[in-house]
Design a protein around this ligand. Structure first.
Ligand code: KIV
Length: 272
């Protein structure tokens, strides 16, 4: 069915549900600071995720586990100051919601109040159902995240594709249905077989946004620094690099170094 695309001035959780109903794919990218978020927002990306991947990309940690709630709030505040159109979703970091629903709600409230973000994202299914319900009851929109959930990396042991076996796939489908039932507005599926991701997207009415989950879902998300090639050591099969900024920036910075050494910069027009 082809439906005319609506020109959304501001993306809300409701717009995303409408997009799914109209067959319009949703674009989502990460951003962790004001300058990048301004570019991402003006390029027309529907959802900006202030992901806990900031722990890797911005701070250089090996995993997403070390980033704190205060640090997430710092990143999200800059992003929120930049945006005019995109919906801003902020990850609840590891350790800020797993112990009990009250703690989860307190963390979500801090994100909403102190950063101005529009929604939070939590990793997990049935294990965190009560926390999700409590956050939703406070009027805070929640995005789910199933499949490869990097906060549980030490439980999985590897970053390989999840839910290839029937038992894990069945649990994932059940969890996705539960997330819809309790009132999540969308769901991220990370690194699972494309067929399974499509099955999930077809069996629930909330948007399913994939990363390494094939094209049969309702939208796609990538880590910005990976897709513009600022990072270059991480090359999973699902990643499409749209630029090679690592090379371009290295060349530009190398040129600057040569110009300074050669007293070619600044020239007469570049001084007072
Ligand atoms: O933190 C993040 O960047 C994410 C995406 C990979 C979905 O959760």
């Amino acid at each position: 069915m082809s439906v005319a695309k609506k020109d959304y001035k501001r993306i809300t959780t409701k717009s995303l549900i409408e997009m799914k109903a109209n067959g319009e794919k949703i674009s989502m990218l990460t951003a962790y600071d004001y300058t990048m978020a301004k570019i991402v927002d003006s390029a027309g990306v529907d959802v900006i995720l202030v992901g806990d991947s900031a722990s890797n990309v911005m701070a250089g940690h090996e995993t997403t586990l070390p980033i704190t709630l205060d640090q997430m709030i710092y990143h999200a505040s800059g992003v929120v100051r930049a945006i005019e159109r995109s919906l801003v979703v902020v990850d609840l970091p590891f350790g800020s919601y797993q112990s009990d629903p009250k703690e989860a709600l307190r963390s979500a409230i801090r994100i909403m109040k102190e950063s101005g973000g529009h929604a939070v994202k939590l990793e997990g299914g049935s294990e965190i159902k009560e926390s999700i319900k409590r956050i939703l009851n406070a009027g805070i929109p929640v995005m789910g995240h199933l499949g490869l959930t990097p906060q549980s990396i030490y439980k999985f042991g590897t970053y390989t594709v999840r839910a290839k076996e029937e038992e894990e796939a069945d649990k994932l489908i059940e969890d996705a249905k539960m997330l819809e039932r309790v009132g999540c507005f969308a769901l991220v599926l990370e690194k699972i077989p494309a067929k399974l991701a499509q099955k999930v997207a077809e069996s629930i009415s909330i948007p399913v946004i994939g990363i390494g989950a094939g094209s049969g879902v309702d939208g796609q998300v990538l880590v910005l620094h990976d897709m513009i090639g600022m990072t270059h050591e991480f090359s999973p099969r699902f990643l499409r690099r749209y630029m090679n900024l690592f090379e371009d920036m290295t060349a530009a910075i190398g040129q600057y170094v040569s110009d300074v050494k050669a007293v070619d910069f600044p020239n007469e027009n570049e001084q007072y």
